[in-house]
Ligand binder design. Structure first.
Ligand code: SAM
Length: 263
């Protein structure tokens, strides 16, 4: 006889299953066309990105965060920055021009491999694979800024919330945490997309193989600001700025959040 707990996967099992599906997807994308997977401009598909142009977008994105951090009271002196979901280091490189040391982490070894070639000119930037649903490879208070851009939006909230709590843990007291998350899809988003996004990872993968011939299709998840703020508060983060942001796509409502870790 089975008890209800035999049938409902535990949160840890769910997180592990979602993590494995995510890693598979991004590893495939990272091997195939990493720059396009990061910035999906339809005109740049099939290795169509010029690397300098691609990196210039990173400089612009980081400059935007720099202004917000300044407005939030940051001194402008960055000692140790975490770039979570760094991809090929588009933003790590731009942080590297501002910070003493930058650590980029990514779930996909293929992204990190390509990224190490790209950041090779900047000895203060290191890129590492993060193979876990948390940031256990870093001690408490390792960074004075934990940052993530267009990454948390591609994972279920179960995982994203856990990483936000980890951002707080690995940030030094008084340090800053800044990231972006979309809150609501475009009006009229197809019902089919919403249903597929809500499927358990295994079923979603099988559906995609059937429909697209590949499971390497990434999802977009939308998180209401109340949920973001609740997790931040629980983790010991005080919200300083919540700035409207459309990095997830034009017409997609979202925010950049800047928090400060309670001392
Ligand atoms: C759209 S790309 C953005 C990359 C980079 N932040 C940028 O803006 O150039 C999303 C990245 O997040 C990474 N990613 C997805 N889930 C992750 C996770 N759980 N842990 C670490 N990286 C993850 C993917 O491999 C991918 O490189």
């Amino acid at each position: 006889m089975t008890s209800p707990s035999d049938k409902v996967p535990a949160t840890d099992d769910l997180a592990a299953t979602e993590f494995a599906a995510l890693q598979d997807t991004w590893q495939t994308l990272g091997k195939d066309d990493p720059l396009w997977a990061i910035l999906t401009d339809p005109d740049r598909r099939g290795q169509g990105w010029d690397l300098d142009e691609f990196l210039a977008t990173g400089e612009a994105d980081v400059a935007k965060y720099e202004v917000l951090l300044h407005d939030a009271g940051h001194s402008g002196s960055f000692a140790s920055v975490l770039d979570f979901g760094c991809g090929v280091g588009r933003l790590s490189l731009a942080w590297g021009r501002r910070a003493t040391a930058v650590t980029g982490v990514d779930i996909a070894a293929a992204m990190i491999e390509r990224g190490r070639q790209i950041v090779a000119t900047e000895p203060n930037v290191r890129l590492l694979v993060n193979d876990d649903v948390d940031l256990r490879q870093f001690r408490d208070g390792t960074f004075d800024l934990a940052f993530s851009h267009i990454c948390l939006q591609h994972m279920p909230w179960l995982l994203a919330a856990g990483y936000i709590e980890e951002f707080a843990r690995v940030t030094t007291p008084g340090g800053f945490v800044a990231f972006q998350l979309p809150s609501r899809g475009r009006p009229g988003r197809p019902t089919r997309r919403r249903i597929v996004d809500a499927l358990p990872a295994g079923v979603r993968t099988r559906y995609r193989r059937w429909r697209h011939g590949t499971a390497a299709v990434f999802d977009m998840y939308y998180t209401p600001p109340e949920d973001v703020l609740a997790v931040g508060d629980r983790a010991g983060l005080d919200l300083l700025i919540q700035q409207p942001d459309e990095s997830a796509g034009v017409g997609i409502e979202g925010y950049i959040y800047v928090f400060r870790r309670r001392a």
